[in-house]
Design a protein around this ligand. Structure first.
Ligand code: AMP
Length: 333
């Protein structure tokens, strides 16, 4: 698959890289890694994200390549710019959020590069997907490993390493394979400083973040004899704590630290009134199946979806779907 991707990349000159809205560490690391590779081939590359690169990921972009999407201003003509538009770390155009309109209007050749479990991505001219890869950064590392002179630029290696770290839950989830560990080791041998990456990724929080975590945990609900833990955050919670979206990062993983919890869910009220659901599973319950039933997706152990509000309604639907899935998956030996 990556041979095919490498051959495809030979012809276009102007290439736009984007990821899903509110890009995460993996999407960002993969885009930055790919940008280094494409620039080494002499391509013109832009990276545009919606709405912007979260503060805690800015260390991955020391060159300042990542542009925050400004549809009415700087990016009014964005649809016309690229010959090729690559969506990285997502397989559905709707995951671009408001950037989707520009994507649909563009005549560029549309590509999807992803490691999520989507059987047949729609809306692309070509797709390069591999759900066996732990992270999109792993796909990019595989692509460049034999095609770029070593050592890789330090910022590129750091971005790819941070992508691996973030999507494997710091190498804790079952998607962290021997191959993932070997890649991480190679990147460290190339000069990446893991301790520095962990500091940058996880130890730059604001006090508002901890206030928000406290408020969310006050409302923690446990069901199914402690197997299902649900957190919820309203717009009011956010404003009372003075919190922003970045402050929520990692919150959904926390309930899995409790003994017995199999599924953690965070329901979060978005500004447009929709409800974002983030689900995490310890091991046995397929939360991807739950999210797919609401039009979302992701992986077996980490998935997301958007539901219509209000929050109470979304909560009722999500609780029922998760409880049914827990009953089904824990009943199978
Ligand atoms: P999140 O809960 O947003 O951290 O996402 C967990 C995983 O699910 C990530 O791999 C996301 O790319 C994926 N994901 C989140 N929301 C959606 C969605 N609405 N549709 C498809 N995949 C999603």
């Amino acid at each position: 698959m990556l041979e095919r991707f490498a051959r495809f990349l030979e012809s276009p000159q102007r290439i736009l890289l984007t990821s899903h809205e509110n890009p995460d560490g993996d999407g960002t690391g993969a885009m930055i890694g790919l940008a280094y590779y494409l620039r080494s081939l002499g391509k013109e590359v832009r990276i545009v994200v919606n709405p912007e690169l979260p503060h805690f990921l800015r260390f991955m972009d020391p060159q300042g390549w990542v542009e925050a999407f400004e549809p009415t201003d700087r990016h009014r003509e964005l649809a016309q710019w690229p010959e090729t538009w690559i969506l990285v770390d997502a397989s559905e155009p709707h995951r671009l959020g408001v950037m989707q309109e520009t994507f649909l209007a563009s005549k560029a050749v549309k590509i999807c590069l992803d490691h999520h479990m989507k059987e047949s991505p729609q809306g692309f001219d070509h797709e390069f997907t591999d759900s066996a890869a732990s992270a999109s950064a792993e796909l990019v590392f595989d692509l460049v490993a034999r095609r770029m002179p070593r050592p890789l630029p330090r910022a590129m290696a750091t971005a790819l390493y941070a992508g691996l770290v973030d999507d494997t839950g710091n190498f804790r989830f079952s998607n962290a394979t021997p191959k993932t560990h070997r890649m991480a080791a190679e990147l460290i041998e190339e000069g990446v400083e893991p301790a520095r990456v962990y500091q940058d990724l996880y130890h730059q929080g604001r006090p508002e973040r901890l206030k928000l975590f406290g408020r969310a945990f006050e409302g923690l609900r446990l069901q199914a004899v402690g197997r299902y833990a649900c957190l919820r955050l309203t717009r009011t919670d956010m404003s009372v704590c003075g919190a922003i979206h970045d402050d929520m990062e990692g919150l959904v993983n926390k309930p899995l630290e409790l003994r017995g919890v199999e599924v953690a869910c965070l329901l979060y009220e978005l500004e447009d009134g929709q409800i974002k659901a983030s689900l995490r599973s310890r091991e046995r319950v397929d939360v991807n199946a739950v999210c797919r039933s609401f039009g979302g997706g992701g992986h077996r152990l980490a998935s997301g979806a958007k539901l219509d509000g209000p929050l109470e309604r979304a909560q009722t639907l999500m609780d029922a779907a998760i409880l049914a899935r827990i009953a089904a998956d824990l009943a199978t030996p």
